[in-house]
Design a protein around this ligand. Sequence first.
Ligand SMILES: O=CC(=O)O
Length: 331
Amino acid sequence: MTKKKPLVVVTRKLPAVVETRMRELFDARLNLDDTPMSQAALVEAMKTADVLVPTVTDKIDAGLIAQAGEQLRLIANFGNGVDNIDVASAVQRGITVTNTPGVLTDDTADMTMALILAVARRIAEGARIITDDEWAGWSPNWMLGRRITGKRLGIVGMGRIGQALARRAAAFGLSIHYHNRRRLDSRIEEALDATYWDSLDQMLARMDVVSVNCPHTPATYHLLSARRLKLMKPDAILVNTARGEIVDESALSRMLEAGELAGAGLDVFEHEPAVNPRLLKLARQHRVVVLPHMGSATHEGRADMGEKVIVNIKTFMDGHKPPDRVLPSML
Ligand SMILES: O=CC(=O)O
């Protein structure tokens, strides 16, 4: 007798190659027109699915998890960050949670480096000048940015993405500094030629560029608070490709408006897809470069993320521990 295929509800449209494979392996309920699921549709999915595949745009909170049917055993997130899921509530209810680490490391590190360069070298502003037909010709004192070679980069969160950024930034001549919950193994630290700062406050005060690369958890919410942002040098740049909630956006806007910080590059925001109007104004004045949460957005990355989701579901359904299980203790 053939085993009944698990009912897998996917909340958003995924790459075609992923959806095709999901249809072969599972009783897959796909979101073909990619409209984000309503709360009612999410509740229905929780009540009927064996496996839910949400993304960063779905808030799977304790209230929703409390409505899960008995059969829901796995939430296989299409994404690395799991701050959209109340992992502790899920696990308490016997639901396993998985994510997609590793496959978006390089793409996100690339985008972080791109934002550092974009802010320091005024790339978005220069491109706009051309497309708005405002270029009157080259001149020695025009569109001057900041040299990044020889400057100090402070990485907040030295996991996979932080380390991938460190390798890229070193090639651009930046010296590498980091703050992390746990100090890296000395061999890794040496290979990266990275200086560890036990005190985030002290590191912030000495960096020319600060990059946020830690996960968003209750412990990192507003980690870059008004007080900490004020520690940064006025000619420093802040870049965030992790999660908007880690930086106090209002405090950051205030400092940029007051000229207490040179610039910022932001791929993520506190209330996505809404962007703080003050940040938008700053972006129009070219003191901030803003991007619409596209750090991991490559064709290859999305296909790889889908493959990870499939492997997690398949392994779990075959009765084994899925490779990317997330436990509350990891957060
Ligand atoms: O932001 C994207 C992710 O966490 O996968």
